[in-house]
Design a protein around this ligand. Structure first.
Ligand SMILES: Nc1ncnc2c1ncn2[C@@H]1O[C@H](COP(=O)(O)OP(=O)(O)OP(=O)(O)O)[C@@H](O)[C@H]1O
Ligand SMILES: [Mg+2]
Length: 449
């Protein structure tokens, strides 16, 4: 509900009727203003942002319908409730057609009035809330799920650097969402209506990559039967996303450096330079700085790309993001496969939380998709999860303290003593030392067990 008191304008030329309604509405917790004809209502509505207007129809000096149309013309969002004599219901129909929220017949049923007012106010409240939500959605990166501090920091970072034209380098393990981030940087930039062109640098050989990026002239090489624009040109005025940038050869690095520095390119087989206006985003799952040190990656290119860096956090470092991601993918694949999946068993969710996710979000997404396809019942259980996830839990039984049954202290003590003796090859003095007790105490305890 709205936190401030809703402010209602009551419009009626019957003064005593006005006073009664005013008193009632105040009793229901609203602020109330009065107007005694349509013209006065329009004047007041121009000055005060009312939450609701309740108006009579038949009045001298501009009737309720005309007032309604005038007010709606410059404030279509304001809900207007019409009060009309039962004999005049046609005018109520007109009013609805002109945008009235609802109508009530006179004599008024006050319970009905109270209910209708509450509904009208709730309705507009929901509408503004929806609009606010929509705005937030367009401002936030699309489809990016995550509530962990790391993800929030990342989203803030995207919001901060997206509007500039600065080159962005996105670094992180595979499957952490680098492409998703690149897309949202573009979508939140002033270039959003221009193309975003993606080149996977690892997928092409050196010579193919050059013509892919810069284009080629007809006859530049065998098979070049016509001139082709490169990806740089396609991305002109937009964004060029160079994925897997760490994989390109030193020769291509030199050519790319020149293109970035000069903002100029040459098609393969041409001496002619073309100017391009692209915003660059590059991504890699390699440690580029280490590659710079070992001479695999040009330092000057590294600094050109690394104007802004976004490091994507591994999923295992932010397990609180796992449940919302899981539910997001569950919904996606349940819909796609037309399955009515109700959710995960607690045990299955536990396994997902424990797992170390070397393939990060992509691996999680695949696991959920697979589970949805395999599922025959309502809830996804361990059975539908990949073997490696089940295996991981078996190999790391102490991963989740909360999941363990509580053991009697005596039993834990016995286990600790046995382990100590085992590790020290039965050396009681050494075992006692490791257990933090005297040899005498250890002997006493051993006699008891
Ligand atoms: N925070 C997130 N919210 C929702 N989906 C995500 C999120 N992060 C990643 N994904 C999804 O996970 C999958 C992998 O993400 P993406 O392709 O962006 O990763 P990547 O870092 O580019 O991986 P690689 O290095 O293997 O290319 C995609 O389907 C993507 O939509
Ligand atoms: Mg990728």
């Amino acid at each position: 509900m709205t936190t401030h008191k809703a402010h209602i304008l009551v419009v009626d030329d019957d003064l005593s009727h006005c006073t009664i309604i005013q008193a009632l509405m105040k009793g229901w917790g609203y602020d109330v203003s009065l107007a005694h004809n349509g013209r006065a209502a329009v004047e007041q509505a121009k000055e005060i942002p009312f939450d609701l207007i309740v108006t009579d129809v038949r009045m001298s000096e501009m009737d309720g319908l005309e007032a309604l149309k005038t007010i709606k013309a410059y404030n279509p969002a304001i809900p207007i409730l019409i009060m009309t004599a039962y004999s005049n219901v046609e005018s109520a129909v007109d009013a609805i057609k002109s945008g009235a929220y609802d109508y009530l017949t006179k004599p008024l049923d006050f319970d009905m009035l109270q209910l209708t007012i509450a509904r009208a106010l709730e309705h507009t409240h929901l509408k503004t809330e929806n609009e606010q939500l929509k705005q937030q959605l367009t401002a936030a990166p699309q489809n990016m799920i995550g509530r962990s501090p790391q993800m929030r920091r990342l989203m803030d970072m995207i919001a901060m650097i997206a509007p500039s034209d600065a080159t962005v380098l996105i670094c992180g393990e595979s499957g952490t969402g680098k492409e998703l981030i690149a897309r949202s940087v573009h979508a939140n930039s002033s270039r959003r209506d221009q193309p975003m062109v993606i080149v996977n640098c690892a997928a092409l050989s050196e010579s193919l990559l050059e013509s892919e990026l810069f284009g080629h002239e007809k006859g530049a090489f065998t098979g070049a039967d016509k001139r082709r624009e490169g990806r740089f040109m396609e991305a002109d005025k937009g964004t060029l996303f160079l994925d897997e940038i760490g994989e390109i050869s030193l020769l291509m690095q030199a050519k790319l450096l020149r293109a970035i520095q000069e903002r100029e390119i040459q098609r393969v087989g041409s001496n002619h330079t073309l100017t391009v206006d692209v915003r660059l985003i590059a991504a890699t799952n390699r440690d580029l700085l280490a590659d710079v040190e070992s001479g695999k990656f040009r330092q000057d290119l590294y600094y050109r790309l690394n104007v802004m860096t976004i490091d994507t956090p591994a999923l295992r470092e932010r397990s609180e993001d796992i449940p919302p991601l899981v539910m997001h993918f569950l919904e996606k694949y349940a819909t796609r496969n037309r399955k009515a999946v109700k959710g995960f068993t607690p045990q299955a969710m536990n396994l997902l939380l424990k797992y170390n996710w070397p393939g990060n979000v992509r691996e999680l997404e695949n696991a959920v998709e697979r589970a949805v396809i395999l599922l025959t019942g309502d809830f996804i259980s361990e059975k539908e999860l990949p073997l490696c996830i089940n295996q991981f839990a078996q190999d790391n039984p102490h991963g989740d303290q909360a999941d363990q049954a509580i053991q009697p202290l005596e039993q834990i003590e016995k286990q600790a003593i046995l382990t100590a003796l085992e590790k020290t090859g039965g050396n009681k003095t050494e075992a006692a030392k490791q257990l933090g007790i005297t040899r005498k105490t250890l002997l006493a305890k051993l006699q008891k067990t």
